[in-house]
Design a protein around this ligand. Structure first.
Ligand code: GAL
Length: 675
């Protein structure tokens, strides 16, 4: 992959980063020395500090108190621990809202939210921007040359709680954004938004409002452009902070922790990633996810891909339970260790937690941490120390990356559009559709990069497009050229349906991909919840599909699978059109996992993509590629352990490996394979 990142600004921490959010301000200072001692035991080498410290740093407008932060940073430096110093702008203080009540956000129903938690501000508020940039500059001026400082942690999880504000100030900012997007051309704007429907024509920019609660289904473009605007609006806050930091401390890299996980979809990280020096991500396992390891792998590959293939930092995950799910389950024995190593396997050069010491007070008092309430006589502490030891043994993998021949298209615009109201089915979930396709590849140990549909595809033997409802002409042409040039392309149902303005591509589905796939659908038949349809053809006996079906007609393709019952019995469900060396596949339904695995096996085989070696069941197999060695990660999620063919040195034990390596039950092995 080619990197889209700015020039390298190196992170001055040797080996693999290990640490956490550190909030010593929540504890009496007498506790800090003990923290330092235990951090050394655990092998902590970097901490995020000051993430929510605005109220303590600036007790009144323009009055600062740096005494505590001075002591914290000096203490970290004295103990050889690097500081990832946060700009504290995710939690403006109470005095700020008292002085600037207009900076409070308004929700979709018109309710003004109150001070009382964090990230409760209007992203378009000039008062917020001004106050934020002032505290950023003041902090940067004070600490730019502090020896502990190695990185800026800008804000925290943009869009986690403040993705959208519907107030009048935001409305004005939205209009400005729209005028830029549509070249100040109101006719063009009306055309794009399709405002001839339901009397929605706008005769003045001033008539446009945020998509506040309304009586019936909203105009999809109103919602979609709003999502785009909200992502850009937060990005402009980030870049404004970043500019201040770059001016004051040009050699210190900056990051902001992304959230490439299942529940948050506020930001288009393809647009964000070029603005961070090092991509970082937060990942939390969802309690009801039966296979969270797939989510971790997918998220890791996506984060690595956002950085153009470069290693990234896991800025937050948890040692055990979180506090914000319905029921917060503890992690199973060894799960935290496997989670952490899986992030490393997928490209993380750093592993950090929220947070160092479990809080005794406040909203997150029931969130796990590296040092639990129970203290060091605890399983979590034992696991934390062991993980620190093992990460030190992996120091040499730093900087190595992945090497994939398969690309999966990932697109936030398409995701947002797919999940808008007024779709043929309200059950379409973008991440589920991508994960359906990702999981069998993950199981087979086939490495994957995520790409944009308009990226250069030449490095890939196979390009998978599980879901791309919305696609512009350029991206559609790029994928078409790839397949026509002999690449193998596979496209999931309801893709290519609309252009970037959510206008249906007329003449039959799947609109933009009709030609390259050689099929034409005249009507969509989404399936009701709980309904399945039988499949026949090149799928396992008795296979079914759910969620979606279409009346597909073959134009220049063959049917590989057909629907075997229901309204569409006998109609093609999976098609293939040969293009010279390659082929273009269409999956017009959601096959059950075994059937999808079977199809993807065939698609991979035909594309010349093979699992590099058969892994034992339940053992994740991933390679990172270094300058003169590969690093084979084997992680046993199933608990049975096993033997895997390998040669080299197992880094966690330091033992030479000849022929095969033993993966301990529920554990991991990492083999340096010389090249
Ligand atoms: C993250 C957040 C952290 C902490 C954590 C708890 O979303 O960045 O500050 O709240 O969740 O899981």
């Amino acid at each position: 992959m080619t990197s889209r990142m700015p020039a390298d600004v190196a992170l001055r921490v040797p080996g693999i980063v290990y640490g956490a959010d550190y909030n010593p301000e929540q504890w009496p200072e007498g506790v800090w020395a003990e923290d330092m001692r235990l951090m050394r035991v655990a092998g902590v080498n970097m901490l995020s500090v000051g993430v929510f410290s605005w109220a303590l740093l600036e007790p009144a407008e323009g009055r600062y108190d740096f005494s505590r932060m001075d002591r914290i940073l000096d203490m970290l430096h004295g103990n050889g621990i690097a500081a990832n110093l946060a700009t504290p702008t995710a939690a403006p203080p109470a005095w700020f809202f008292r002085a600037y009540p207009d900076a409070l956000p308004v929700d979709r129903d018109g309710r003004t939210l109150s001070f009382g938690s964090r990230q409760t501000f209007c992203p378009s508020s000039p008062a917020y921007r001004q106050a934020a940039l002032r505290i950023v500059e003041t902090v940067a001026d004070r600490y730019a040359t502090h020896p502990a400082l190695v990185m800026w942690h800008v804000h925290n999880e943009y869009g986690c709680h403040n993705a959208a504000c519907y107030c009048d100030t935001s409305a004005a900012a939205f209009r400005t954004w729209l005028r830029v997007r549509y070249d100040n051309d109101l006719d063009r704007f009306n055309e794009a938004w399709g405002t001839s429907v339901w009397s929605q024509r706008y005769y003045s920019w001033d008539e446009i409002l945020p998509p506040r609660a309304t009586g019936a289904d909203p105009n999809p473009m109103h919602r979609l452009d709003w999502k785009r605007f909200c992502s850009d609006e937060l990005l402009s806050l980030y870049t404004a902070e970043r500019e201040v930091l770059r001016r004051v401390a040009p050699d210190i890299p900056a990051t902001t922790n992304f959230m490439v996980m299942r529940t948050i979809d506020a930001l288009d990280y393809w647009r964000w990633a070029p603005h961070v020096d090092i991509v970082s991500n937060d990942h939390y396992v969802l309690a009801d996810d039966p296979e969270a390891e797939v989510d971790i792998a997918l998220s890791g590959d996506l984060v690595r891909s956002l950085g153009g293939g470069r290693p990234w930092l896991l800025m937050e995950h948890s040692t055990g339970a979180v506090n914000w799910q319905h029921v917060n389950r503890a992690k199973r024995p060894g799960e935290m260790y496997r989670n952490a190593l899986a992030h490393v396997a997928h490209g993380a050069d750093g592993i950090a937690f929220f947070q160092w010491r479990a809080a005794g007070i406040g909203a997150e008092q029931w969130h796990s941490a590296m040092l639990p309430h129970a203290g060091t006589d605890s399983q979590i502490w034992h696991d934390v120390v062991r993980l620190g030891t093992d990460l030190r043994a992996l120091a040499e993998i730093r900087g190595s990356t992945g090497a994939a021949r398969v690309a999966v298209v990932w697109d936030w615009d398409a995701r947002w559009a797919l999940e808008l109201p007024s779709q043929p089915s309200g059950k379409l979930r973008y991440q589920d559709l991508v994960r359906d396709w990702y999981a069998p590849l993950w199981r087979a140990g086939i490495a994957v990069d995520f790409i944009r549909a308009d990226d250069d595809l030449n490095d890939y033997r196979l390009v998978l497009v599980p879901s791309l409802y919305l696609v512009d002409d350029t991206a559609a042409a790029n994928l078409t050229t790839y397949a026509e040039g002999g690449g193998t392309l596979a496209v999931g149902f309801h893709s290519g349906a609309v252009d970037e303005n959510c206008h249906v591509r007329l003449g039959g589905y799947p609109g933009a991909f009709r030609e390259v796939l050689g099929v034409r659908t005249d009507e969509l038949f989404p399936l009701l919840p709980g309904r399945t349809v039988a499949l026949a053809g090149d799928v396992p006996q008795g296979a079914t599909a759910s969620l979606w079906s279409e009346r597909v007609r073959l134009i220049q393709a063959e049917a590989v699978v057909t629907f075997a019952d229901g309204d569409l019995a006998g109609v093609p469900a999976v098609t293939r059109r040969g293009h010279g060396e390659g082929a273009a596949w269409y999956l017009a339904t959601r096959p059950e996992p075994a059937a999808l695995r079977h199809l993807l096996d065939r698609i991979c085989r035909e594309a010349g993509v093979h699992p590099e070696q058969p892994a034992a069941a339940g053992i994740e197999m991933v390679r990172r590629r270094g300058a003169d060695a590969d690093y084979l990660f084997l992680i046993d999620h199933a608990g049975g352990g096993g033997e895997v063919a390998a040669n080299g040195v197992e880094l966690l034990t330091g033992k030479p490996i000849e022929g095969f390596v033993v993966v301990p039950p529920g554990g991991a092995a990492v083999v340096r394979e010389p090249r």
